[in-house]
Design a protein. Structure first.
Lengths: 324, 300, 578
């Protein structure tokens, strides 16, 4: 297992290389640059612009810039933001926890809801319950996340009010109320709407997935044997089918992480959540290359790490898997 | 002998069986009907008495009325007509990007699964690399990159959106097809054909691939549903199809500032996206049942 | 196996939770709370904390490092109080200076080469240190240093050849040549020597996020991506001000969420609301009102007078369609300006006919070709463009275009800016009505405003029509000369030129020279108006409208005075709440 883990980690090195080259090309070969806004600003003189261009080293050939970037990244130096003049590593470390809170809470809620829904609808497929759940989950899956987010704001922040105080039911702006920074309860309160918007589609997707893999397993022989042995149907469902059906779910979750982060970009924008998605978005608009490249690379590495963890967890849970 | 080598008559029998099973899923049948209506509606958009770009700025922000069924937008354009035309683009983007991504995915998956070895290793590393891309970030970067190349035919931004969506979704069918090929290439009908001197290309195309159609179709529906949502999301962020071409996403995007003033501008295109994606999901569900050997047993 | 699975999930969630458990990493200020001796007076009438909505995060609070307008919105409340300021009438007023140096009071020498500034007495920085003439010297040293990394507001500092500080309150500056912007250059704040660092390191100064300034407020907390909080500066130079106890800038990118916050009274000042005034006021009746004041962004369509896509950026070959002035006149006549301004943009913009639409150089010149469809058709008929079967004209005896050429032009703009897109779509219909096809082609912001090396279409001359908004500051000469002089047509030899239209007009060249060399404001204005008239006559571009800056302000906030020349917080010291 340890050699497998090691091999798995080594395998990611070419992946990281491929990713970094593709990203660098995409970002840097596209015309336009970080000085566009300055070029448009009537308060900025031309001499100043030329000096800045020189200073940023944006005139070097691309392979040289790529080499410089990669060697910097390997030595842990993500560079300095062109716009914010701050170390990129500092900016990213401010934002990662916020995104992880959002994504983590959504992930947790998704599992808490999706597992029972999936199991129950697999117990009696094509029953009324199953049809209802299918419909509800399909609804969840078919609503664009930003549309849902806007709807939540209109309903729970603007229209509905707390009858006692007249205040909005849920807050929409940021992670904390002013003056309550670091207050966990207040942050949870601010999480309600964003997490709802982010989770709905995923609950649908995973409960559907769980339902169909449960159905597959329920037709396998050992479950029938278990039935024949007279085990209570409830126990059969849970003990055998669920644990087996969870295995492919772990792989799926790992593969879905990139999309979860994607959804987070919309949710962070709509609910003013200061996470990585918005850091990326601002950097993309301003062509802040060091931030842009680092955010995407860090997210990609985060996803790779989760993938490896999922693979290892898979092996740990399923002793049948043999690592050659 | 494989199911593939069955006579023409018998394969018609299978097709009929699959179709019959598909329509047994009542909601899938309804979904087909809904989607057909949408497609016909979009295709016959020219019948509307309005043109999608006809403006009447003095008549902006009208609520639904007899003249304008879905009301008018900020330029006084008929939202109903724009939604019909937008449907063309949105459905085309969904369909074409799905075709592209499935085509690419099938090629990669088939080569990888059939040949194995270093072909598999290289192709799967690339696939894994693409799977770890933070999707939306790369969609935006790739879109910006492509749009700004000095290639005249790429200036058509609809094509760009189709390409970038396909470029970031082919990995799913590729993995699926590879998995199927890994299993199927060991089956006796394949080794039999190979023993008889069938070329690799012939085996892949004529013998293995047809057995994968069911799962590919099901995954195609998932792809198309997500492509339509992705297109609208990109438009919402301002990186999608550019005006004056209306799409459901771009109509929705311009409605952002009018959420309180004219909520219907955001409501109708959102509703259309919702209905379409829902219908496609149900069709996928029906297809899954139709191709799933277990379904027969579980029917109650 | 279940017993393995559940703990794993719990563990995973815990890891995710724990990673995030650190809470928001705020950049706490070391100690910006007022010291004991300068304890703030108990909240006075009109005090309280006002929340302001920003659509994006300011990159810094150092104005000189800022490339975008958003920085000033926050920085002006804390670090941009300088020797002078520009008030809402566009006039200079003394701030930290005792009075403005002029010819009359001797502050400005008769040869315009020596300027003497006198500071008010007893000035202090927000940390309590005295503010002296040495800080003025330091500011000049930094901004004239080519390696400082400064972006904005550096104009004229390299002309200062000698700085003398005879005492703590006086600074005497010698210029190498007369500089008309000698007041303007000191209107964007001073830099404290003791709280910053070396000029070369300006970009990495801690001061940029925690400025010690002379403004009415001090940064107390900056939560990255979420908010910037400020408390009142007890050392502010105007006695009794600011009235407010503090400001909180919240970063809210989603327009609907911004308006919703105003509806719920969670914010009092709303920068650039997405709703039009009429709708906004109705929606927020009794809570907030939208105010419009003329901005500096002036929207125009630039025509390319030279042939596009011919590999030659210079003006040598005329544009096959737009080279004929009658076509340009027809386009100008086809646009329904009134409807564009009032119906499409709901009065959120003002009329504008030429580049000089505001400020001391404002020229009120009437349009020569107003909205007149008949006139447009007639002009096109005369110019040899006959109506084709599909409603688009084709050339038949046109000046430059071979017969059979369709009257079809590309209209380039930039993406993701709603008013621009509405304008484009409206104009396309306007032009269609007279038989001109306009094809919208929008590029990313950074392409439209890209460089010559990047092949930005406007620089290499590969466009037909380009729609975008320009802005001037109180000292427009640099920008104006760059845009209209025949010597600044962008080419490989002159890759930063700004004459995108490839317009050559000797009268304009000489007027620009007059405007650049005179110190007499009236003479300069007359010269600029000559340029403005030439734009109207020659139509290298057609002006559509002038954007107005819009702000939503809660009704219980008073004392503010909005200005074309300042950001929303330019007079925050005067605000009163409730």
């Amino acid at each position: 297992m340890r050699t497998y883990a090691l091999r798995r980690i080594l395998q990611t090195i070419p992946i990281i290389f491929i990713i970094s080259i593709l990203l660098f090309l995409m970002v840097r070969a596209a015309p336009g640059g970080p000085l566009t806004a300055a070029r448009r600003n009537p308060n900025v003189t031309k001499e100043q612009l030329e000096r800045l261009e020189e200073k940023l080293g944006l005139n070097d050939p691309l392979p040289v810039q790529y080499g410089r970037w990669m060697s910097d990244m390997f030595s842990g130096n993500m560079g300095e933001s062109i716009k914010f003049h701050r170390p990129v590593s500092e900016m990213i470390s401010e934002r990662i926890p916020n995104t992880l809170i959002l994504v983590g809470a959504s992930f947790l809620l998704t599992l808490i809801l999706a597992i029972p829904i999936g199991v129950l609808s697999a117990r009696k497929p094509y029953s009324f319950f199953d049809y209802t759940v299918t419909t509800v989950t399909f609804i969840g899956q078919s609503i664009p996340v930003y549309w849902l987010g806007l709807g939540l704001i209109v309903v729970f922040y603007v229209t509905l009010k707390n009858p006692a105080t007249g205040d909005p039911l849920f807050p929409v702006g940021g992670m904390n109320t002013y003056g309550k920074e670091g207050d966990l309860l207040d942050t949870l309160w601010h999480l309600v709407l964003p997490v709802t918007a982010l989770s709905l589609g995923w609950v649908a997707w995973y409960s559907r997935f769980l339902r169909s893999s449960m159905l597959d397993i329920l037709h396998e022989d050992y479950i029938r044997t278990a039935h024949a042995k007279g085990l209570h149907a409830w126990a059969v469902h849970y003990k055998h089918a669920l644990s087996n059906a969870m295995l492919p779910l772990i792989t799926l979750i790992a593969l879905d992480l990139p999309s979860l982060f994607a959804g987070a970009l919309f949710v962070e924008t709509i609910f003013s959540w200061p996470g990585m998605g918005r850091l990326f978005w601002d950097a993309a608009k301003g062509r802040d290359y060091p931030v842009l490249l680092s955010v995407v690379m860090v997210t990609a590495v985060l996803i790779i790490v989760c993938n490896i963890l999922a693979d290892l967890a898979y092996g740990w849970l399923n002793p049948q898997v043999k690592y050659e | 002998m494989s199911e593939l080598s069955l006579g023409k008559k018998q394969s018609e029998g299978i097709a009929a069986l699959i179709i019959r099973r598909f329509f047994k899923h009542r909601l899938a049948g309804i979904a087909i009907a809904v989607l057909t209506v949408l497609v016909i509606g979009s295709a016959s958009a020219f019948l509307s008495r309005y043109n999608p770009t006809d403006q009447e700025p003095t008549n902006s922000f009208q609520r639904s009325n007899a003249e304008h069924w879905f009301g008018t937008d900020e330029l006084g354009r008929d939202i109903f007509t724009r939604i019909l035309y937008g449907g063309r683009v949105s459905l085309t983007v969904g369909l074409l990007s799905t075709f592209l991504s499935i085509a690419l995915g099938v090629v990669v998956g088939a080569l990888s699964g059939y040949f194995g070895g270093w072909t598999d290793s290289i192709l799967m590393r690339i696939t894994d690399a693409f799977l770890t891309f933070p999707t939306i970030f790369v969609l935006i970067l790739l879109g910006a990159f492509l749009r700004e190349q000095q290639v005249p035919w790429l200036k058509n931004s609809v094509l760009i959106v189709i390409i970038i969506i396909a470029a970031l979704s082919w990995m799913w069918p590729a993995r699926l097809v590879r998995g199927l090929f890994l299993v199927l290439r060991e089956r006796e009908f394949v080794s039999a054909t190979r023993a008889l001197g069938g070329s690799d290309a012939r085996i892949i195309i004529r013998h293995i691939l047809p057995n994968c159609i069911g799962p590919i179709l099901v995954s195609g529906t998932l792809q198309m549903a997500s492509a339509i949502i992705t297109e609208s999301g990109l438009s919402y962020l301002g990186f999608g199809v550019q005006p004056p071409t209306p799409t459901w996403g771009s109509i929705l995007a311009t409605a952002q500032n009018q959420v309180f003033r004219a909520p219907w501008i955001a409501f109708y295109p959102g509703l259309m996206i919702f209905i379409t994606v829902m219908a496609i999901n149900y069709i996928g569900d029906g297809l899954r049942d139709a191709f799933d050997p277990y379904v027969i047993h579980t029917e109650m | 196996m279940k017993h393995k699975l559940l703990p794993l999930l719990v563990l995973l969630s815990l890891v995710l939770g724990a990673c995030g458990g650190g809470g928001p990493t705020a950049t706490e200020s070391p100690d910006t709370s007022p010291t004991a001796e300068t304890e703030p007076a108990a909240s006075v009438e009109g005090g309280g904390i006002v929340t302001l909505i920003l659509p994006e995060e300011p990159t810094t609070l150092n104005y000189f490092l800022a490339d975008a307008a958003i920085v000033r919105q926050a920085a002006e409340a804390t670090s941009m109080t300088g020797l002078a300021a520009i008030n809402e009438k566009g006039e200079f007023v003394a701030m930290l200076a005792h009075e403005l140096p002029t010819l009359d009071n001797g502050g400005l020498s008769a040869d315009y080469l020596t300027v003497t500034w006198k500071l008010r007495e007893g000035l202090k920085w927000s940390d309590g240190e005295p503010l002296t003439s040495d800080d003025i010297r330091f500011t000049i040293e930094v901004l004239s240093n080519p390696n400082s990394g400064a972006v904005s507001g550096t104009g004229g500092f390299d002309l200062i050849t000698n700085i003398e500080t005879p005492d703590d309150l006086t600074v005497v500056l010698t210029y190498s040549q007369p500089y008309p912007g000698y007041l303007d250059q000191f209107a964007y704040g001073l830099l404290p020597r003791h709280a910053t660092g070396a000029a070369e390191d300006m970009t990495s100064w801690e001061w940029n996020r925690q400025p010690v300034g002379a403004g009415p407020f001090i940064v107390s907390n900056w939560v990255s991506g979420e908010s910037i909080s400020m408390t009142k500066n007890p050392n502010y130079f105007e006695a009794g001000k600011p009235y407010l106890d503090g400001l909180v800038f919240r970063i809210v990118p989603e327009p609907a969420a911004q308006t919703a916050m105003m509806m719920n009274g969670e914010a009092q000042f709303h920068l650039w609301p997405g709703e039009f005034k009429e709708d906004y006021d109705k929606l927020l009746a009794g809570k907030a009102t939208q105010h419009l004041i003329p901005g500096i962004w002036n929207m125009a369509i630039d025509f390319n007078l030279s042939a596009p896509f011919d590999g030659d950026p210079a003006a040598a070959t005329p544009h096959p369609i737009l080279g004929d002035i009658r076509v340009r006149q027809a386009i100008a006549s086809a646009i329904n300006y009134g409807s564009l301004q009032q119906d499409v943009l709901k009065g959120s913009v003002g009329d504008s006919t030429n580049p000089f639409a505001y400020g001391w150089y404002q020229c009120d010149l009437p349009r020569k070709f107003g909205y007149d469809v008949e006139k447009a058709n007639q002009l096109l008929d005369e110019a040899g463009w006959v109506m084709g079967d599909d409603g688009i004209r084709v050339a038949k005896g046109a000046m430059y275009a071979p017969d059979g050429t369709r009257l079809s032009l590309e209209l380039q703009g930039y993406t993701a800016f709603d008013p621009l897109q509405l304008t484009e779509e409206f104009i396309v219909e306007n032009l269609k009505a007279v038989g001109i096809e306009a094809r919208i082609q929008n590029y990313d912001f950074s392409i439209i405003f890209g460089t010559y090396e990047d092949n930005s279409p406007r620089m290499v001359g590969d466009f037909d029509m380009l729609i975008f908004d320009r802005g001037f500051t109180t000292e427009p000469q640099g920008y104006v000369a760059d845009a209209y002089s025949s010597t600044s047509i962008p080419t490989a030899e002159n890759p930063t030129g700004g004459n995108y239209f490839r317009w050559v007009n000797p009268e304009v060249d000489s007027a620009l020279e007059t405007a650049g060399s005179s110190f007499d404001q009236q003479a300069r204005k007359d010269a600029y108006c000559k340029v403005g008239q030439a734009v109207i006559d020659d139509l290298p571009q057609v002006y559509l409208y002038l954007f107005q800056d819009n702000y939503g302000v809660a009704d219980n906030l008073t004392g503010y005075n909005l200005s074309t020349w300042g950001s929303m917080t330019w007079d925050a010291q005067n605000w009163k709440y409730k």
